[in-house]
Structures are given as structure tokens and as C-alpha cells.
Design a protein around this ligand. Structure first.
Ligand SMILES: [Zn+2]
Length: 310
């Protein structure tokens, strides 16, 4: 598939954004409060966050729609505003997106389980993701960004929905726990198995975000690079969070984060950014730390002999 976004990913290292939730909490979003209503209640705040990431050098900024499926929104009785929530978020990002940069329609997990663990069918999940994708596409996003997914079956519902309704490129990030036996999703799936199924279902860009800081992503990126020949997107958290007085605090310095991300780019990541705890300052430092790679003056390193495991 050809698209301006995929052309850029093939040409040089691409800079994603940092956290949205972290920024909204700084602006006064309360723990347990749904962020999507801010797309109509406080659009100027949300749009200012998008702009701060573009100003920091992000090539791609994701919409404030992490919980934008009707099933997730129904927890706040907002399911009837699904299209509006996604449309407004996409239009807001579009309005501050500079020429040559991109808006990614963000899709997070529904937060419920499929049968037999939960009460939902794959058809219900797919329909819920389709409703979100339609709003994002109508708002003019350049790509779909599925992220922080912990169930392969749910991820494939989202991916299939995006592929069925649009011709947009789809980036898919899963999140993996680490135990002594290796990395696994919450549902017990390995990274290699996930990467294979995502490719089979037409994902254009794959890999992982969240759950770990950049040091753990050094190992995870090697594993993922060896698992697929698709472009890789890597978005670690700002180190390991600590709990202080009931508040989650991220203490990793930008210096350490940037140094790890330089290594991760050298390992063959094609798109890099930050997840929980990172902010426009981190992204600006990341942009400065890999300036040559983002300018496109330095060719991307060869895929480190990565074999595709069928
Ligand atoms: Zn995160």
C-alpha cells in the first residue's frame, strides 16, 4: 500500500508524540474521568496539546480518542456521542497539523473481555471499533493508530474494522508484560505470534508501547525486530513509575530516555515516541538527540539481518 505516511516511514526515522493522558491530568482531568468529553467541553486545551507535540517536532500526533469506542463510552452513558467524539478529535488535530506532518486516529482497548472470559462477541467488538474508525476517518485522519492492546483477538477486531472501512495505513502497538519466561500479552500471547497475525491481517506498522520504560524496550525491540519485517514503532513509558502519596510519578530523565531511544533506533525501529509520563519536552529532546536521523540526511540502518519467521 502506498500513502504519504508510509512513504515517510520508508524514507527516514519518524517521530511520534508522547503521552496524551499525562498531559490531560496536568490540565486537571480527574482520575477515573473520561478524557473524550474534553473534545467538546475543552477543545482548546486538547488542541493546545496536539500543537505542543507538533511544535516539539512530532511528525505524527494521535487524537484524544483512546477510549472512543461506543462500548467504552457507554460506561459514562456517552455511547451516542461516539461519532462526535472521534470526529471532533480528528478535526482538532487536523486544524493544527503543519504541512507534511500527520494525524493518527488513536484507538485503545475497549476495557472488556471477549467470550468466554467476558460477555462480548468478536462481532460486537468489531462493530464497536467500526463506529470509532468511521468518526476518525470522517474527521480526516491520515492513519489509524491502534495501541496499548493486551489481547490479540481484540486487536484483530480493531485492525479488521480499520481495514474494512478505510484504505488508511494502520499502525498497531501491543503491550507486553515480562516474566522470567519472556514477554507475553495479558492473554499469554508471545510477541512473535502477535506480529505474525498482525501482518496476516494487513497491519502496515507494528510493535509495542507502554508497560515498560526504555531500558526494557532495548530487549523487547531486539525480539520484535527479529519477529517481523514490517516497520517497527516503539513507544516506551518514561521509566518505571513510582507511587508517591497516591500519585504516579515518573522520574526517568530525558537524557537517559534519549540515549536508550538512540540505541533502539539503531536496533531497527522505524518510528519512535513516548508513552505514559512523556511530554512535549521529552519529545523535543528526542528530536534534538536524533536530529540527523529525523532530517533524513542519514539513511536508515539496514534491518539487522532480521529473518521473517513464518
Ligand atoms: Zn503508556
Amino acid at each position: 500500500m502506498s500513502s504519504p505516511y508510509l512513504d515517510l516511514v520508508r524514507r527516514r526515522l519518524v517521530l511520534y508524540d508522547g503521552a496524551m493522558g499525562t498531559m490531560l491530568f496536568q490540565e486537571g482531568l480527574l482520575d477515573g474521568e473520561s478524557p473524550e468529553p474534553w473534545n467538546w467541553e475543552k477543545p482548546e486545551v486538547v488542541t493546545a496539546i496536539y500543537k505542543a507535540y507538533y511544535d516539539a517536532g512530532s511528525d505524527v500526533v494521535q487524537t484524544n480518542t483512546f477510549g472512543g469506542t461506543p462500548i467504552k463510552l457507554s460506561e459514562r452513558d456517552l455511547q451516542d456521542r461516539t461519532h462526535e467524539a472521534n470526529l471532533l478529535a480528528a478535526q482538532g488535530a487536523r486544524s493544527v497539523c503543519p504541512p507534511g506532518r500527520f494525524v493518527a486516529g488513536d484507538i485503545g482497548p475497549i476495557g472488556k473481555f471477549l467470550k468466554p472470559m467476558g460477555e462480548f462477541t468478536k462481532e460486537e467488538f468489531t462493530a464497536s471499533f467500526e463506529a470509532q474508525v468511521q468518526g476518525l476517518a470522517d474527521g480526516g485522519v491520515d492513519l489509524i493508530s491502534i495501541e496499548t492492546m493486551y489481547s490479540l483477538d481484540e486487536t484483530l477486531c480493531a485492525l479488521d474494522a480499520a481495514k474494512r472501512l478505510t484504505k488508511l495505513p494502520v499502525s498497531v502497538c501491543m503491550t507486553f508484560d515480562r516474566n522470567p519466561r519472556g514477554f507475553f500479552t495479558l492473554m499469554g500471547e508471545t510477541p512473535a505470534h502477535c506480529m505474525k497475525l498482525l501482518k496476516d491481517h494487513g497491519a502496515d506498522i507494528v510493535s509495542s508501547n507502554c508497560s515498560h520504560g526504555s531500558p526494557v524496550f532495548l530487549d523487547l525491540t531486539r525480539l520484535l525486530r527479529d519477529s517481523t519485517d514490517l516497520p517497527l514503532i516503539v513507544q516506551p513509558n518514561r521509566g518505571r513509575p513510582t507511587l508517591e502519596g497516591g500519585t504516579v510519578i515518573y522520574k526517568q530523565t530525558a537524557e537517559e530516555f534519549v540515549a536508550d531511544m538512540q540505541t533502539i533506533a539503531g536496533l531497527g525501529a522505524d518510528v519512535i515516541g513516548g508513552c505514559c509520563g512523556t511530554d512535549p519536552g521529552f519529545i523535543a529532546d528526542l528530536h534534538g538527540g536524533l536530529r540527523d536521523r529525523f532530517s533524513g540526511d542519514t539513511p536508515a540502518p539496514k534491518r539487522g539481518g532480521a529473518e521473517v519467521r513464518a
